[in-house]
Ligand binder design. Structure first.
Ligand code: NCD
Ligand code: ZN
Length: 365
C-alpha cells in the first residue's frame, strides 16, 4: 500500500464540551500533538477556569504510550474581561489565546452555540486588546456579524470590525476562525504577518448546495454556514498557498437528538481520524487507479504545512517531533460514535462515506 508520513498534526480549534460528551470525544482527538480547546461550552472566562478545564480535558483525552497530547486552553472574552484577567491568564505558558464571540447587545443568544455574553462592540475592548498585545496572548475571532439577518452575509459583514482590530493593534496576533468566504480569504492573504486564519475540512469540501442533498442535511449545518462554489475555491486556494492559513477542525459535537430536530444545533463533529483522512484525500488525491508522479512529494509537503506546521509556527508552539502515517486504502467512516454505556450518540463529518486514505493506527495507541 502507498503510504505517506507527516509530522503529527495539531488542531487549533476544537470544542471538547464536558461530562459524557467530553468522555466520548476527547479520546478521538488523541492523534493531535496539541489541541486548542474552545471556551464556549462549558463557558471559560478566566485563568482558573482555563487551567481547571485543561486538566479535565487532559484527563479525558488520556495518553498514547508515553506521549501526552497537549491541551491549550482559551478564555471567552466578555465585556467583563479586564486587562488584569489577561495578565493572570498569560502567566501560564500553556495558555495562549482568548476567543471573541460577537453578540447583539443584551441578547440572550449570540451568533453561534454558546456565544451569549459575547462582544457587541469591539472598541470597548481597547484595554483588553492592549493587554493581550503586550502579553502575547492571541486573539481568536468568530467573525460573523450578529446584526446581519442573512446568515450567508454575516462573515463579510464583520470585516470592518476585524479591520478595526488588526489596524489599531498591529502587534496583536489574530486568528480569524473557520473562514468561509472569498472576501475573508482575500483579506487574510493581504493582511500583515500577525493575521492568520483557520479553515475547516467541511468548508473546504462542501458548499451550500450540500445542505440540501437528497433532503435536508442537519449534520452539515454549522456556523459559519456553508457558502458558494466561488467561496470554496477561494478558501481552497488560501489553504494551499497562504502560510498564515491552517487547518482547524471546529469539531463541535451535539447529540443526534439535538441535531435532528426543528431548531437543531449548529456544529459538525469531526474526529481526528476523519479530518486527517479527508484532508489527505483532498491534498493527495488517490482515486482507485490514479498513479502518483513526482508531484506526490509536493502535495505531501503542502498537506503537512496545512495540518502540522503552520499553526505551531503562528502560535509559537513547537511542532511535533514525531510523525503519523497515512495509507492509500478505502476506509469507510463510521455512521456514528458513542451510543453505549450512557454516552451520547453523535453523527460525524462524512458519516458512512468512503474515503481514499486512512490514518494507520499507531502500534503504541
Ligand atoms: C460551535 C459549537 O457548537 O460550539 N458550532 C459551530 O457551528 N461551529 C460554535 C462555533 O464554533 O461557532
Ligand atoms: Zn468553533
Amino acid at each position: 500500500l502507498q503510504q505517506i508520513t507527516i509530522r503529527r498534526p495539531c488542531d487549533p480549534h476544537v470544542h471538547f464540551r464536558f461530562g459524557l460528551m467530553l468522555a466520548l470525544v476527547a479520546p478521538l482527538h488523541r492523534l493531535f500533538h496539541w489541541s486548542l480547546a474552545m471556551p464556549n461550552v462549558p463557558e471559560i472566562r478566566d485563568a482558573d477556569g482555563a487551567l481547571d478545564y485543561r486538566l479535565q480535558v487532559e484527563r479525558a483525552i488520556g495518553t498514547d504510550g508515553d506521549r501526552a497530547p497537549i491541551i491549550v486552553p482559551t478564555i471567552k472574552l466578555t465585556h467583563a474581561t479586564t486587562p488584569r484577567m489577561i495578565a493572570r491568564f498569560a502567566g501560564d505558558h500553556y495558555v495562549k489565546a482568548a476567543k471573541l464571540y460577537p453578540c447583539k447587545k443584551g441578547a440572550a443568544a449570540g451568533v453561534t452555540t454558546g456565544s451569549h455574553n459575547g462582544i457587541h462592540d469591539v472598541t470597548l475592548l481597547t484595554d483588553v486588546f492592549k493587554a493581550m498585545q503586550s502579553a502575547g496572548v492571541i486573539l481568536c475571532i468568530h467573525a460573523e456579524d450578529p446584526d446581519t439577518a442573512d446568515p450567508w452575509l454575516r462573515e463579510e459583514a464583520y470585516l470592518p470590525q476585524v479591520e478595526w482590530i488588526t489596524s489599531h493593534f498591529p502587534g496583536l496576533r489574530v486568528v480569524i476562525e473557520h473562514i468561509s468566504t472569498a472576501v475573508m480569504a482575500r483579506f487574510v492573504e493581504d493582511a500583515h504577518a500577525n493575521v492568520a486564519a483557520t479553515i475547516t475540512p467541511h468548508h473546504l469540501r462542501w458548499t451550500r448546495a450540500d445542505l440540501y442533498d437528497g433532503g435536508a442535511r442537519p449534520h452539515r449545518w454549522c456556523c459559519p454556514v456553508l457558502k458558494t462554489v466561488e467561496d470554496r475555491a477561494a478558501v481552497r486556494r488560501a489553504a494551499w498557498y497562504c502560510e498564515r492559513v491552517f487547518f482547524g477542525s471546529d469539531s463541535a459535537p451535539h447529540a443526534i437528538e439535538a441535531k435532528e430536530k426543528d431548531g437543531g444545533a449548529a456544529g459538525i463533529f469531526a474526529p481526528a481520524e476523519i479530518t486527517m483522512a479527508a484532508e489527505a484525500g483532498r491534498f493527495l488525491g488517490g482515486e482507485a487507479g490514479l498513479t502518483f508522479g513526482p508531484d506526490l512529494a509536493v502535495y505531501r509537503a503542502h498537506f503537512e504545512q496545512f495540518v502540522s506546521l503552520r499553526a505551531p509556527a503562528f502560535y509559537g508552539l513547537a511542532p511535533a517531533e514525531d510523525t503519523i502515517v497515512l495509507e492509500r486504502t478505502d476506509w469507510r467512516v463510521p455512521s456514528s460514535y458513542g451510543g453505549h454505556d450512557g454516552l451520547p450518540t453523535v453523527v460525524p463529518f462524512l458519516a458512512g462515506e468512503t474515503l481514499w486514505w486512512r490514518v494507520v493506527p499507531d502500534a503504541a495507541g
